[in-house]
Design a protein around this ligand. Structure first.
Ligand SMILES: [Zn+2]
Ligand SMILES: [Zn+2]
Length: 406
């Protein structure tokens, strides 16, 4: 790993390009599966480095492989993943590179991730001779709840060559600049959505005895659901059940015969998730039956929990410690945020890290807010961390199981 200080310097030298790329992406944000401009810039950049590029993987995803020289047939492959999509938010920042697209904003930092990916590609292309295997660079569309990772996997992103590990990062504006969170086990949560329809019997607001009031029944369900985490789950386990929308009725003097709710559930563990869903169904059915109504409960787009492998975190930790101050490498209590990097980690175990990017001015809002911003000085750190992880992983694998360059 004696190449890491050099890598850090080379990444630092990319700062003007990284900031320019990030600001350009920030000014031209694109929603999930519509990252046509972004993907085009990424593909051109990768081609310019002499890499063979596959576009349109998982609709708007881009993939390229950086290959070491004179590799044996069984040389290892590692996957690095960068997400490219923006959010349907009207930007309210005042900086000069604000979103030029009404109602769309890079409010999660994926503009930074895409720029980091372009920087990593450039560094690894320069270090081709040092690579003891292949690095698959995956630029993913539609991370924000639309299933971009799964779309790329269904399109074969994990085939030819098949990666045995995956690494990725999320910049995080609520962590101090260049703090790096590296931990084994769960980092972020399993995230699912649900919606519930309650069918009762509508009628005159003054003749309740002839109605089955969907508003009252759905209200009972919302309240009773809140007992699940408190009374049906092991108190040492974690879960969230949040009802986000509740729509019922159209007129003040009419008892509503139909109500519709939607919300999200978050857990770290599949057994907890199953128990939560089972109790939600039983409570909804039971309350509807008691009141003479019927209901339909649907669960959708479940993103699995983001869980790092022991080996992935063990590889990442010394890389991070060599690139930032050792006391900057830290751990956090797992968060209930969802992230579909988990789809890659579940198939190619590795490590997803957080890199601190607090802009420090006290005015920027959190991720997913209209005033979100981050400190661009984290960009070279992100480049060095992921390029370093790829080099270190391939070196480790080649030494462990043949696969050594000839
Ligand atoms: Zn996000
Ligand atoms: Zn994100």
């Amino acid at each position: 790993m004696d190449y890491l200080p050099t890598l850090r310097q080379e990444a630092q030298a990319l700062m003007p390009d990284l900031a320019a790329w990030r600001r350009d992406f920030h000014m031209h944000p694109e929603l999930g599966f519509r990252e046509v401009r972004t993907a085009g810039i990424v593909a051109d950049h990768l081609r310019g480095l002499g890499l063979e590029v596959s576009s349109g993987v998982g609709r708007t995803g881009v993939v390229a492989v950086v290959e070491g020289e004179r590799l044996p047939a069984d040389a290892p492959t590692v996957l690095l993943r960068f997400d490219m999509d923006a959010l349907p938010i009207q930007e309210q920042t005042t900086h000069g590179f604000r979103s030029q697209t009404d109602g769309v904003m890079h409010a999660c930092g994926h503009d930074g991730h895409t720029a980091i990916g372009m920087g990593v590609a450039r560094l690894l292309a320069q270090h081709r001779g040092d690579l003891a295997g292949r690095v698959k660079l995956v630029f993913q569309p539609a991370e924000e709840g639309l299933g971009g990772a799964k779309a790329m996997i269904d399109d074969g992103v994990l085939d030819n060559p098949r990666p045995s590990a995956a690494f990725g990062l999320h910049l995080w504006s609520r962590l101090p600049l260049n703090q790096v969170v590296v931990q084994a086990g769960p980092l972020w949560a399993n995230a699912g959505l649900f919606d519930l329809e309650v069918h009762g019997q509508g009628g005159h607001g003054a003749v309740p005895q002839e109605t089955v009031d969907a508003t009252l029944i759905a209200g009972q369900i919302v309240v009773a659901w809140q007992s699940i985490v408190a009374r049906n789950l092991d108190p040492t386990q974690t879960a969230v059940l949040s009802v986000g929308t509740f729509h019922s009725g159209d007129a003040a003097n009419v008892i509503s015969g139909y109500a519709r709710l939607s919300g999200t559930i978050r857990t770290f563990d599949a057994a907890v998730e199953n128990r939560l869903k089972q109790r939600m169904q039983e409570i909804a059915d039971g309350i509807c039956q008691a009141f003479g109504a019927t209901c339909r409960l649907n669960f959708s787009t479940c993103i699995p929990a983001t869980v790092n492998s022991e080996a992935g975190a063990q590889l990442m930790r010394p890389v991070a410690t060599a690139l930032v101050e050792p006391q900057q490498v830290t751990q956090i209590t797992p968060m209930m945020v969802g992230e579909d990097m988990s789809e890659f980690l579940n198939r190619a175990p590795g490590c997803f890290i957080l890199v601190g990017a607090d802009p420090g001015d006290g005015t920027a809002g959190p991720h997913h807010s209209p005033t979100f911003d981050f400190d661009e000085r984290m960009l070279p750190t992100g480049v060095a961390l992921l390029a370093g992880a790829a080099l270190a992983y391939l070196e480790q694998q080649a030494q462990a199981g043949g696969g050594r360059p000839t």
